[in-house]
Design a protein around this ligand. Structure first.
Ligand SMILES: C[S@@+](CC[C@H](N)C(=O)[O-])C[C@H]1O[C@@H](n2cnc3c(N)ncnc32)[C@H](O)[C@@H]1O
Length: 441
């Protein structure tokens, strides 16, 4: 019997030349025919990398421990927590303009590799939300955890340990309120800053993740565990602020429960609403009373934007989280023109596509799924539907590329693909894709 020796570089320090950025925030380098995903590097740099994770295949992972030739894009880390090893601001050592360019490269690369879309440029344009280029203090919804000493902090990268150096993402008013709230040890803490300046703080016991299971390392496994953890977690106990959070975009005002979804960057809701308004206004041949589906619609942020430019639109908002859906009526006139549907999108499509209801034949679809994207089944159903335009907002370049790729393969035209730097100092980026149906030409 032949025994194949498993390659394991764990613990080795390699001298490497960094290539381009990869999906997920690491940068690619190569050594002895293997890919090394490097955390903390920048394209062009010569670095020393400590390998900490080697599955023994064509790649392994490491962290930059020394920079021998420094990129002009390297800056002093903006985030003390990240500099101390936290997993929060993994691009806080990169100049913000260069970071946006790297995000644009990743969006284009994923569109080509995963979506098989070859019409995109080498780099997709990535702008700042509503002219707001600040790299710190942008977050109006943030979470912390407390350890045994009760001090709030963020998790160390790839660890359950709590780093108590401050992370720079949260608005300083939130960080200060959470620091002084005195929630006690082993709590998960939620801080939310309303658009009226009110600070809300709530907390609940920390729920430890399950570490066993066949697919514990996979993307699906991570998402499944996050859902299981959140359903095991208890209700939030409010300790500061009024019972509902005020959100405003243009003339619209929402009152939301503290734990309902809202865009976390202070300027993102305004910016995405503007992009949606423009994409709707520019849709060729849209009827005066267009039927519009707002899928994964939350509290109806994008429906409000549609109504700004198409006041007679017939909107269906599909959302699985009841607290968000219940808040639709705080901003929009719920009735025949605005119909909130409490359902998973998959279920809604199963029972709606092919039916005889006019509201089941959309002229326009907007979808803004969570990080895992809408998936092939949902996109296939939409590809064969009646919409002349689909607007897809997605916060993960890989799942966005997969979803958009389904439409492009079915003959849809990718009219616009752009990024929004809605998570500064991190590798995360929001992508917005506009697609036109082959039947609309
Ligand atoms: C990224 S948020 C977007 C919300 C909204 N478009 C906004 O901008 O405020 C995604 C939303 O999808 C909801 N969601 C997640 N999975 C879903 C599913 N399978 N079907 C329907 N809604 C879902 C979440 O509860 C969340 O509110």
């Amino acid at each position: 019997m032949t025994r194949t020796e498993r390659t394991d570089w764990t613990g080795r320090v390699l001298r490497l030349r960094i290539e381009g950025p990869a999906q997920g925030g690491e940068f690619v380098a190569r050594h002895s025919g293997r890919v090394v995903f490097c955390r903390g590097g920048i394209s062009g740099e010569l670095v020393e990398v400590m390998i900490h994770d080697d599955p023994g295949r064509a790649f392994c992972r490491g962290t930059v421990t020394g920079v021998l030739e420094r990129s002009v894009d390297r800056i002093d880390p903006l985030c003390p927590a990240a500099a101390a090893g936290a997993g929060c601001c993994d691009w806080s050592h990169i100049d913000p303009a260069a970071a946006r360019a790297f995000s644009g490269t990743v969006l284009a690369d994923q569109a080509r590799r995963i979506g098989r879309i070859h019409s995109t440029p080498d780099r997709v344009p990535v702008g700042v939300p509503a002219g707001d280029g600040a790299s710190t203090g942008w977050r109006t919804i943030a979470r912390w955890v407390t350890g045994s000493d009760g001090v709030p902090g963020v998790r160390r990268s790839r660890s359950r340990e709590v780093v108590t150096e401050p992370c720079v993402q949260a608005d300083p008013r939130l960080a200060e309120a959470v620091r002084t709230a005195g929630v006690g040890p082993h709590r998960e803490v939620l801080g939310v800053l309303g658009d009226d300046g009110e600070v809300h703080v709530a907390h609940r016991p920390v729920t430890e993740p399950a570490t066993r299971g066949r697919d514990r390392g996979s993307r699906r496994g991570v998402a499944t565990r996050a859902r299981a953890r959140s359903s095991r977690a208890g209700a939030w106990e409010p300790v500061m602020g009024p019972p509902t959070v005020t959100r405003r975009v243009g003339e619209h005002t929402w009152r939301l429960p503290v734990d309902a979804f809202w865009q976390s960057h202070r300027s993102a809701a305004v910016h995405y609403s503007d992009l949606v308004r423009r994409a709707v206004s520019a849709t060729a041949g849209l009827p005066a009373e267009p039927v519009v589906w707002d899928l994964y619609g939350g509290a109806g942020l994008f429906s409000a934007a549609v109504l700004d430019v198409a006041p007679r639109a017939q909107l269906t908002i599909v959302e699985s989280a009841r607290p968000s859906l219940d808040a639709v009526g705080t901003a929009l006139d719920v009735g025949p023109g605005v119909v909130p549907v409490a359902a998973r999108v998959e279920t809604f499509l199963d029972r709606t596509v092919g039916g005889t209801d006019r509201n089941g034949e959309p002229d326009l679809v907007i979808l803004d799924p969570p990080r895992g994207g809408a998936g092939i089944d949902v996109m296939t159903a939409l590809a064969g539907g009646t919409a002349s335009r689909i607007i897809h907002v997605g916060c993960d370049p890989a799942s966005l590329a997969r979803d958009v790729g389904v439409l492009v393969t079915a003959g849809w035209t990718l009219t616009d693909l752009r990024g929004v730097a809605a998570f500064p100092a991190t590798h995360h980026v929001e992508g917005l894709a506009v697609l036109d149906s082959p039947r609309a030409r």
